[in-house]
Design a protein around this ligand. Structure first.
Ligand code: 5AD
Ligand code: SF4
Length: 459
């Protein structure tokens, strides 16, 4: 019987995994499991994993190594792996790690309660890596709870049909499948009723949302824009090839759509882009940036970059630097290429040496972060509208995000600001975040918290 068991879930990787973990938690709680924040006390330990780069997988495997000692001490503990590593390694993971009781992939979330029942009742070790087929997906989403975070994420589609040559995602998440707009909007309304002010729609290749149906991402955004009380809409992740004119123009005419877009370019060299199977050139990418800025001059663009892709020469790499210099991104995630088993690029034999990758990463970071810092410093003295999401990691200050998706630590905001959009005057900036003061904060809230009253600016 599982009804008295407690569960600890650790999430690795992207926002979609965070969302999936919420769904796992919700499904298991419905079936009698209790959440347990302390891994040592939990009856079931579940790792929801990421396999995008080798390093991400190593983290999972090393944690599994540590968990073995817990299981040695208490053999009744049940340990499972879910998500992309589960999908990629399947039964092999069960074979190499004797302490593991079950391995499931990202599409097995709804089957988890049954899987745990089987583990407990029969003592079986279970593998479930069945992926949904293409077409529609009608998953029962999380937001049945009465409470929502101020900024919530909502998965609107799963999978990817692109098969960029370096990427494991299409193998571990399967083909593209979209949820119907009506179902998504019902979720948005539930989340908003439970307190959410901002929704980020999630999909690995979200621009092609609705593929194979009559529905499109533009329609979804228009419908979400009409949801009263929802204040902000974002979506992630876009592929430059699929970002059409209609989607770009929405940044100029859709009031709730935040002026921020994550648009990975991956590499600046046309030759490397071709090898990556990205299906655009540097010139085409830059033309889209121009169109976006035409519709929305202040749009904050962020990007992903891979350095050291097989065969990347110094000349190719300089094109990446050129693109970083030309666009001046507001945010950038830079990665060293990591070979993923089964992908097309894993068969390329002209790998770039590790020290070269390392050096290119540093050079790319210097340029990308240099522009980000400059942009952030330019915000000093300006006022930004921030949605206050939570206390920061240290628990010192409330933090939120600006319209352009910058993290902002607010030095004089009190708990009453949580979930509100407030105006913050920026006083300090680093590459990672901004700091500032809530303009017009009621005096009483400044005095309630000693940390906060200590940091009130001179009048
Ligand atoms: N190696 C390095 N980075 C990768 N990414 C995806 N696959 C790989 C890989 N094999 C990066 C891409 C993608 C981001 C989520 O991760 O930049 O946009
Ligand atoms: Fe991977 Fe994104 Fe390319 Fe799909 S579009 S294969 S998720 S990098």
């Amino acid at each position: 019987m599982v009804s008295d068991k407690s569960i600890y879930i650790k999430t690795f990787g992207c926002q979609m995994n965070v969302y999936d973990s919420d769904r796992m938690r919700a499904g298991l709680e419905k079936n009698g499991f209790r959440p347990e924040p302390d891994v040592r006390r939990a009856d079931v330990i579940l790792l929801n994993t990421c396999s995008i780069r080798e390093k991400a997988e190593h983290k999972v495997l090393s944690l599994l190594g540590q968990l073995r000692t817990l299981k040695d001490r208490d053999p009744h503990k049940v340990i499972g792996v879910a998500g992309c590593v589960g999908q990629r390694m399947g039964r092999a993971l069960l074979q190499t790690i004797p302490a593991l009781d079950f391995v499931v992939g990202p599409d097995a979330i709804d089957r988890l309660p049954g899987i745990l029942e089987e583990v407990y009742s029969k003592g079986s070790r279970v593998v479930d890596t069945q992926l949904d087929g293409g077409g529609r997906v009608y998953s029962q989403p999380v937001p049945s709870a009465a409470w929502a975070r101020p900024a919530e994420f909502l998965t609107v589609m799963k999978g990817c049909d692109h098969f960029c040559s370096y990427c494991i995602v299409p193998f571990v998440r399967g083909r593209e499948k979209s949820r119907p707009i009506a179902e998504i909007i019902a979720d948005v309304k539930r989340l908003v009723a439970a307190g959410a002010k901002e929704i980020t729609f999630l999909g690995q290749n979200i621009n092609t949302y609705g593929k194979g149906t009559a529905e499109t991402l533009s329609q979804l955004i228009d419908e979400a824009d009409r949801v009263t009380e929802l204040e902000r809409i974002r979506y992630v992740t876009s592929h430059p090839r699929d970002l059409n004119e209609e989607l770009m123009s929405q940044f100029g005419n859709t009031p709730k759509l935040c002026p921020a877009l994550h648009l990975p370019f991956q590499a600046g060299s046309d030759r490397i882009l071709k090898r990556m199977a990205r299906f655009y050139t540097q010139a085409e990418y830059l033309a889209k940036v121009e169109r976006l800025r035409h519709y929305c001059p202040d749009i904050a663009l962020s990007t992903d970059v891979i350095v050291g892709f097989p065969g990347e020469t110094e000349e190719d790499f300089k094109q990446t630097l050129h693109l970083l210099e030309s666009v001046r991104f507001s945010g950038a995630f830079l990665f060293k290429y990591s070979s993923r088993p089964g992908t097309r690029a894993s068969h390329f034999t002209d790998e770039v040496a590790e020290p070269v990758k390392e050096e290119r990463l540093e050079r790319a970071q210097e340029i990308a972060y240099g522009w980000i810092k400059k942009e952030n410093e330019g915000k000093k003295g300006r006022k930004e509208k921030c949605l206050i999401e939570s206390l920061d990691k240290k628990g010192s200050y409330y933090m939120g995000r600006s319209l352009s998706n910058k993290v902002v630590h607010v030095l004089n905001a009190g708990a009453a600001c949580l979930g509100k959009i407030i105006e913050v005057e920026i006083t300090d900036a680093t590459v990672a975040s901004l700091k500032g003061y809530y303009v017009g904060a009621p005096k009483v809230s400044r005095q309630m918290d000693p940390k906060i009253s200590a940091s009130v600016p001179p009048a």
